[in-house]
Design a protein around this ligand. Structure first.
Ligand code: TMP
Length: 211
């Protein structure tokens, strides 16, 4: 069966941990899945990711950033996501178009109408069936993200966004919550201030509705 599920949230919200657990569980139950992420997901997308997240790239303009995310996404949709859905697989994607609305729209201040047009250009009619918004206070998420960087789980050069001020991440969180309020059927807000197992159980409960 084909199903497109995305995970969203601010830095350090635990979405990458949860998407991996869900992927393992679905595979164990015999489903064919594709676990992918943005920015990235393709060879070209990973090259774009490096440019986007490199903390040396302090001079990147907000418009350049917005268009690079869209460029990587169009490659990802055409080469990976749509073929997998056509092959009746379950696609789990760590961030997708909502991230552009939240980060470049609410965070950087581009009008949401413009973001909608650019997102549509990149993804066509594709829309996730289900989106998990892993919600936590930016102070908590950023603390976790910075601890992870310190442990070198993420390469040190990938921290351009973690270096943004707290106020930026607060706007991003508000952006995500605004999207969730507008599309409550699709976007499920998960309070991540629970243990990993409880969060996982809540996610599985929603995914089972579609299987
Ligand atoms: P990651 O740390 O979850 O891999 O995400 C990389 C960063 O890219 C994260 O700080 C969020 C940011 N981002 C955007 O600003 N816009 C987007 O459209 C996407 C997909 C990610």
């Amino acid at each position: 069966m084909s199903l497109f599920i995305t995970f969203e949230g601010i830095e350090g919200s635990g979405k990458t941990t949860q998407i991996k657990i869900l992927d393992d569980i679905l595979k164990l139950r015999g489903f064919e899945t594709v676990l992918t992420r943005e920015p990235g997901g393709t060879v070209i997308g990973d090259q774009i990711r490096k440019i986007l997240l490199d903390s040396e790239n302090t001079g990147m303009t907000p418009l350049c950033e917005l268009l690079l995310y869209a460029a990587g996404r169009s490659q990802h949709v055409e080469r990976i996501i749509e073929p997998a859905l056509k092959a009746k697989k379950i696609v789990l994607c760590d961030r997708f178009a909502d991230a552009t609305t939240a980060y470049q729209g609410f965070g950087r201040g581009f009008p949401v109408e413009l973001i909608d047009i650019i997102n549509r250009l990149a993804v066509g009619k594709l829309k996730p069936k289900l989106t998990f918004l892993m919600d936590c206070a930016p102070e908590i998420g950023l603390k976790r993200a910075r601890e992870r960087i310190a442990l070198l789980e993420k390469t040190l050069s990938e921290d351009r966004f973690e270096n943004e001020a707290l106020a930026f991440h607060e706007k991003v969180r508000e952006g995500y919550l605004t999207i969730a309020r507008a599309e409550p059927e699709r976007v499920i807000v998960i309070d991540v201030n629970q243990d990993v197992e409880a969060v996982h159980q809540e996610i599985v409960k929603h995914v089972l509705r579609f299987l």
